[in-house]
Structures are given as C-alpha cells and as structure tokens.
Ligand binder design. Sequence first.
Ligand code: PXP
Length: 248
Amino acid sequence: MDTQHNKIRLGVNIDHVATVRNARGGAVPDPMRAALLAEKAGADGITAHLREDRRHIVDADIDALMANLTVPLNFEMAATDEMQKIALRHKPHAVCLVPEKREERTTEGGLEVVREENKLARYIAPLRDAGCRVSIFIAADQKQIEAAHRIGAPVIELHTGAYCDAHAERRFDERDAELERLRDMCAFATSLGLEVHAGHGLTYDTVQPIAAFPDIVELNIGHFLIGEAVFDGLETVIGKMRKLMDDA
Ligand code: PXP
C-alpha cells in the first residue's frame, strides 16, 4: 500500500475565511481561494459548515466548492430538513452532522444521538443512499458512540473542544483526563468498526497527542489555522500542522 494512505488525513475548515469576508460584506477574502491554497499545501479535504443563519459559509460557497475542489468536501450541517435537501442536491463526499444552536459562538457540544436515535437513523438513510459518507460529531462518550453505531453511521468525529480548552486554561489534570477519554473512546469506536475522526479547537500545541492515537483517521482543523495564517500565510501553517501530525 502507498504509505501516503497510512497518514492521518487533514481536513482544513475554511469557515472563518468566510467570517472575515462577511464582517465587511462583499467578496473578499474568498473561501474558495483559501480552499484551493489549502489543497496545494497538502490538505486532504476541505471542511465547511453551512449554518442555519449563514453567519460564515453561504450557499454560493458550497456551490463553488462543489464545482472547483479536487479533494473531497466534508459538508458540516445540522440535522434539519433544509440541510438534508441541500446535501442531497450536492451529494458531497462527506456529510458531518453537528448540533447547532443559533446563539452559540461555535459548535459547543457533540450531537445527542442516544435520545434522537430513531430520528437520526431515518435522517441519515437517504444521505447514505446518495453515497455521502455520514459522520456524527459526538462527545467521547461510550453511549453516544454505541448509538452512532446502531443508527448505521460509518464514521464518528470526536469533539476535542474540552481537551483543547483545558489545555489553553492550564487545567492540565483535566486536559490529561480528557485526552485519556478521547484515546479510549477512539479505540472503542474502532473496535465497533467505526472510522474515527476528531476536531475542534486543535492547535500546534494540542494536535500531536491526538494524532498519536493508533486508530485516528482524520483531523478537521479550522479556526487556529486561519488565525495563524494572518501571521505566517496559509500554506506555511498548513505545512507546519501537517508535519506535526506526521511526526506524532
Ligand atoms: N469539526 C467539527 C465537527 C466542527 O464543527 C468544527 C468547527 O466548525 C471543527 C472540526 C473545526 O474546529 P476549529 O475551527 O475549532 O478548528
């Protein structure tokens, strides 16, 4: 097998290029341009979250990404009827279901799969039939992982936000406990046959312990990369993140 295939995939989330664009209105900076640069710099996929309120990525961005990307698009969305229609129209490579509350600043917790099991099973069926690889963004919680498996999702993405927050706030015991939970749940999910991704809040400082999990397949990283690109340029920061992941 090509060794390339054994590397952890890096999905670059370009939402916050759109955040900066939308702060002024108009067309720049263009998330599509960032996506093409990310591809060139070694991103294995592009992630974009079309929120209900269109606060960053808008429908025209998804149209452009679908038309122009050569790497897979991971389309993040809430499990609503509107988003399902959009996903079925575009049939992106991957659909990642995330919880979404209008008032939150970012995706604050994982999806509640246990309570919504039957509804979510019905929701993802047509997406899977359309050929989209469905992933479910969840906390590192065994019950949620089991429920994601039962509804037939092939992929889960583990929420690394609590681990990253604990690191940033120097609560190191909590950080280490979160890391251990993530590692254990990554192994557990893999043992069920699920493909495991992870993301949210990852930085140069927090990526390596996650990238060192034996079974992790993909990391999705956005806010830090886009912020750091202001200082170092997008290609350089993606290259640095890629190297940290490979070295781990
Ligand atoms: N993965 C998922 C499912 C997300 O919702 C987000 C944030 O949109 C990310 C990864 C990327 O998080 P960040 O922008 O903090 O790197």
